[in-house]
Write a protein that binds this ligand. Sequence first.
Ligand SMILES: NC(=O)c1ccc[n+]([C@@H]2O[C@H](COP(=O)([O-])OP(=O)(O)OC[C@H]3O[C@@H](n4cnc5c(N)ncnc54)[C@H](OP(=O)(O)O)[C@@H]3O)[C@@H](O)[C@H]2O)c1
Length: 311
Amino acid sequence: MKILLTGVSGQLGAALLDLLAGEHEVIAADRQMLDLSQPASIENAIDQIRPDLIINPAAYTAVDKAETDTETAFAVNALAPQAMARAAKRLQIGLIHYSTDYVFDGSLGTDQPQTGLPAYTETYACNPVNQYGKTKYEGELAIQESQCQHLIFRTSWVYSLHGKNFLLTMLRLANERDHLRVVNDQFGAPTSALSIAQVTQQIVRQLAAAPDKAAWWQQFQGLYNLTNTGYTSWFGFTTAIVQQAGLRGLLNKAAPVLEGIPASDYPTPAKRPVNSRLDTQKIQQAFSVSIPDWQNALAECLDQQHPFASS
Ligand SMILES: NC(=O)c1ccc[n+]([C@@H]2O[C@H](COP(=O)([O-])OP(=O)(O)OC[C@H]3O[C@@H](n4cnc5c(N)ncnc54)[C@H](OP(=O)(O)O)[C@@H]3O)[C@@H](O)[C@H]2O)c1
């Protein structure tokens, strides 16, 4: 298939490019080729490229900055996917788009923490608590309203060995400091960009092999949660990062002492949900894919060639 792939400099876009380029004709669109903050130019660009499928991992992901730079976040996260969906509908092609746990307010089950936190299913009502979440939710709605052939994958707490993310920040801090204070009252599934890309690759293979593409889309179109399984807090994630990095010789000094703190001790411009757990049963059943748990995905990620390994 001819695939138009956005966000190729990002965590997920880079992982997708790695996996898909060997199997399909991938048109890798970076910001220079397709600036998503200028949605008016998108439909024309898609008409020129004429892909069979658009995959859109690009997004305005600076959650705190989106509180003030809301117009750009809205253009990239809502208007750009809307334009892609419009083109997809007109050209009768498919659109795979990614969204976020931040479409929820995160209050699910927080009144009964002793029974363990339930996970959000795809049908649960959205109620974003920050501008980033609102713009991503608007993007989902625009795609759904366009009635184009689409898959929307909601993910959470994405990391890789590439770009800016919590894993790389914690690895750096663990090598610099003796004591780290980390939020221990927000919960979710750390998710490796590689896992999201691998599941997407399998689903794209199923689409490519389908003799009747329109029937395939009719059967599978919709919204799916796609995260690594299990859940933890940011503190739990950091504990695992430090342990696993230590085992692989990625720490150049003794492991730091880790201290769990409430989110109220670490104020940020954007509010974050307490419960970010997403239930992944729907995607696993629909496409017969299995998704690694977050600890195994972290190990797999750290086993890749790491920038710190040679220093
Ligand atoms: N990161 C997370 O923790 C997280 C959590 C939940 C959901 N998600 C969702 O998962 C998907 C992938 O996220 P990610 O972590 O891979 O994001 P990322 O690493 O921040 O990458 C974002 C990509 O979008 C591109 N982009 C931003 N503004 C653009 C513009 N105006 N025009 C063209 N490209 C633009 C960036 O290009 P430049 O390099 O040029 O800026 C970059 O390639 C997104 O839909 C995101 O909302 C992420």
